[in-house]
Write a protein that binds this ligand. Structure first.
Ligand code: UD1
Length: 417
């Protein structure tokens, strides 16, 4: 069911234990293909992106179960090398499968992947890196075909620290002959988590979290049991929701060091934060001041995935703030929807100017992408009256029944249809 009805006006109170990060679990599921032994991944949220990834794993021939937050994957031969187009179109992360399928089977075919509709998401950095490792890449009718007969370690310099390309190359390199260096690598915590997972399988990866990652290829990897890092974007979304609606919430299992830029911003608003290693508490008692400037950057800068929720907070803060989106050019699509709710936002190219209003009004809006959808939920909870959000299925890709999470905090959200 894909439509939410929100009655606005509640402040948020309560506690939440954050589950594993979607963006860590997806590449980890892909990396489990690097061994024919069983891998267990725990504390996993039941969200559409992960279920779609598991469908792809099954279509490749892996044995998969997902029960009580634990995924078990065993991918014994024979495995298929081709990802079905209709599944790949559902999920951009299907591109991660290129690396492990190539390392394991020697060839791979993946349709140009889908996922959130947030602008052009090219694959040139992935493809260039694979080619530097000796992999032949061809594209025909929207499908990428790769042959890894000449796979070997290589010295690679990424043109931009792409998260997905860094992960893809780490996976293929972990079974390639020789040493691979990925320079200008992405530094996101999910990259370090993938390194730790590959090493738990017996791999030799070091340097993640810094700008150069070194991978010494090994002959084979083995199964393992793994608990991925908590979802910093879910944690951030909930903190922003409480900052917007007011109230007091605590998050457990939320590694605050992964969301430092957000905590810093929120502490400059009117929020009171108590940050401990295992618990973050946020108290918001009055309307906050707007941020002069919020600019998205690769990690450790402010994450693009939290930019849309922050836009909702800024839309109701005091004074005017500016947002600069440097990663995905079309992440401003929710502006049109927020304006329907009474927000005062203007956009030029990658910059949005947000003039804070005192109140939003409930309206009929539509989610165009995952994080924009979450931002609309926050707007609906803050607004006066009722808001409906069409296409809530986008939100389900990354949040485990967002209405249950928010209702436990005291919100009033119903799922219709
Ligand atoms: C990952 C996250 C996503 C997050 C993004 C940036 C997952 C599953 N998704 O996406 O939630 O918003 O990081 O933190 O982990 N680019 C190219 N060529 C390429 C690859 C990327 O030009 O070959 C561009 C993209 O269009 C985008 C920028 O680089 O403008 C960042 O993309 P990337 O870091 O690759 O993000 P994803 O891995 O797709």
């Amino acid at each position: 069911m894909s439509k939410l009805l929100i009655k606005g006006g509640s402040s948020l109170r309560g506690e939440y234990r954050v589950k594993a990060a979607k963006n860590a679990v997806l590449p980890i599921i892909a990396a489990s293909l690097l061994t024919n032994e069983k891998c267990e991944i725990e504390n996993v949220p039941n969200i559409t992106d992960i279920n779609n990834m598991l469908k792809i794993m099954r279509s490749l021939g892996a044995n998969v179960s997902f029960e009580e937050s634990v995924i078990e994957i065993e991918s014994k031969e024979p495995l298929r090398f081709s990802v079905p187009t209709e599944l790949a179109k559902e999920l951009r992360s299907s591109v991660f499968l290129l690396g492990p399928v190539l390392a394991r089977i020697g060839k791979a075919a993946v349709a140009y992947p889908g996922g959130c509709d947030i602008g052009v998401r090219p694959l040139d950095i992935h493809i260039k890196g694979l080619q530097e490792m000796g992999i032949a890449v061809e594209e025909s009718h929207g499908v990428i075909y790769c042959d890894a007969t000449r796979l070997k370690g290589a010295d690679i310099m990424l043109d931009f620290p792409s998260v997905g390309a860094t992960e893809n190359l780490m996976m293929v390199a972990s079974l390639a002959k020789g040493r691979t260096r990925i320079r200008n690598a992405a530094k996101e915590p999910e990259i370090t988590d993938l390194q730790n997972f590959i090493n738990a399988m017996g791999g030799k990866v070091s340097g993640a979290g810094g700008s150069t990652i070194v991978i010494d290829g090994v002959k084979e990897l083995h199964g393992c049991h793994y608990r991925p890092i908590p979802d910093r974007i879910v944690a951030g979304t909930l903190l922003i929701a409480a900052a917007t609606c007011g109230g007091k919430i605590s998050l457990f299992d939320s590694q605050p060091e992964h969301i430092e830029p957000l905590l810093f911003k929120l502490s400059k608003s009117s929020c009171v934060l108590d940050v401990r290693s295992d618990k973050i508490t946020l108290i918001a008692e009055r309307r906050g001041r707007n941020f002069d400037k919020l600019e998205t950057q690769p990690y450790p800068g402010f994450p693009t995935d939290l930019q849309s929720p922050m836009m909702t907070l800024m839309a109701v803060s005091e004074g005017t703030g500016v947002i600069v989106e440097n990663i995905f050019e079309t992440r401003f699509r929710i502006v049109r929807e927020l304006i329907k709710m009474g927000a005062r936002i203007t956009v030029k190219d990658r910059t949005a100017i947000v003039r804070g209003v005192k109140d939003l009004e409930g309206a009929a809006v539509s989610a165009g992408d995952l994080r924009g959808g979450a931002a609309l939920v926050i707007a609906g909870m803050k607004a006066e009256g009722y808001t409906t959000i069409e296409n809530a299925r986008h939100i389900d890709r990354g949040y485990e029944r967002i209405e249950d999470i928010m209702n436990d905090f005291g919100a009033d959200i119903k799922r219709l249809q």
